[in-house]
Design a protein around this ligand. Structure first.
Ligand code: TXA
Ligand code: MG
Length: 333
């Protein structure tokens, strides 16, 4: 595995572009999580990403673009609503699903007729896209189903035994994956909650959105054709349980096994060996920024279980955080 200390170094960027042109995968930072980049126009390069991630072939990939001009090269049509969202939220943590152009490899779309597009708000990602001069697929740079990476080390650890170049852009600012909104549905539908909430999208579009929390599951379920394994995602190695504060306190009193606890301040972990407490921020942005790093840290301690306090604060970012926590704690298929 090669490590690039930063894409402010033009030679690193040139090396990354040369690898991408050969059909290789290059991990790159975005403001949400690290992506595993490959030439979106090459079916072969995209297949290599699926192999690296061990990703089910029917689960489509997000295509990253430098701007809306590049986005138009990938879609069958670029509706006015797409322009509105791109103007308002790009570059940023919003993925827009549209009808795919006929030339988009079916590996990218998972065999469907739509494509997901995102312009990331990160200087290294944008520099890479511009230097490459074309769209890049960018699933999160982790083995399918496991925790998303929010720093270069997470990526290097996950693909330790593989030759994957990692452009190091530091810790990801947002920390959870982008909001996915489908304009292929009418009304528009939120398929994955993220930092940009359904209300903001509705406000921009001037329409009420379908933001049924189960829509994403259903969409992914139909794509994956194996609904049993869907709920579990973004999961740490150790079994994780989501608990209310009082339940958590009771569990901590009686538990005898080794535990890592993720909780807001004020939870008292018993002072015995084998219990580690990771105090989680009360600010939603800081919590999201910290979430995957905390879960990676928890795994590194190899506990028998991870216990997570369910945050109760309201707001779209908290909803997105709870979505990730529920998946991290869902029964494994
Ligand atoms: O923040 C992000 O979106 C990160 C960074 C790297 O950009 N990428 C990311 O990619 O999270 P990935 O592959 O881990 O998640 C993509 C999600 C999946 O839930 C997938 O099913 C959905 O987007 N998706 C991709 N293409 C789609 C399509 N055509 N229709 C519906 N959902 C789609
Ligand atoms: Mg992912």
């Amino acid at each position: 595995m090669t490590h690039a200390p930063g894409a402010d170094r033009p030679d690193e960027l040139a090396r990354a572009v040369a690898l991408l042109r050969e059909g290789r995968s290059v991990a790159f930072p975005t403001e949400t999580v690290y992506g595993l980049g490959a030439d979106a126009r090459s079916a072969e390069a995209v297949r290599a990403v699926f192999r690296l991630k061990n990703r089910p072939p029917a689960n489509p990939l997000i295509v990253h673009v430098a701007d809306d001009a590049m986005a138009r090269t990938v879609v069958a049509e670029w509706p006015a609503r797409a322009q509105i969202l791109a103007d308002r939220f790009w570059p940023g943590p919003l993925t827009i699903v549209l009808r795919a152009a006929p030339g988009v490899p079916r590996e990218v779309t998972g065999g469907g007729d739509t494509v997901a597009l995102r312009c990331p708000d990160h200087p290294v990602a944008l520099a890479l896209l511009r230097a490459f001069g074309g769209p890049l697929v960018g699933p999160s740079a982790n083995p399918s189903g496991s925790l998303s990476p929010t720093c270069a080390r997470h990526v290097r650890d996950a693909f330790e035994d593989r030759e994957v170049m990692v452009l190091d852009g530091g810790a990801c600012r947002v920390g959870i994956e982008s909001t996915v909104v489908s304009l292929a549905h009418d009304p528009a539908r939120v398929l994955r909650a993220g930092a940009i909430g359904a209300d903001e999208l509705a406000d921009a579009l001037g329409e009420t959105l379908d933001s049924d929390a189960d829509a994403a599951d259903r969409a992914e379920g139909s794509a994956l054709a194996s609904p049993g394994r869907l709920a579990s995602h973004y999961a740490p190695d150790a079994p994780a349980t989501l608990l209310g504060r009082e339940e958590l306190a009771r569990e901590l009193e009686r538990a005898g096994d080794s535990l890592v606890v993720l909780a807001h301040e004020g939870v008292d972990a018993p002072a015995r060996e084998g219990v580690a407490l990771l105090v989680m921020p009360v600010d939603a942005h800081q919590y999201a920024h910290r979430l995957y790093a905390a879960l990676h840290e928890a795994d590194e301690l190899s506990p028998e279980r991870i216990l997570i306090e369910l945050p109760t604060a309201r707001g779209p970012l908290w909803d997105a955080i709870r979505d990730r926590l529920r998946r991290a704690c869902a029964p494994r298929g």
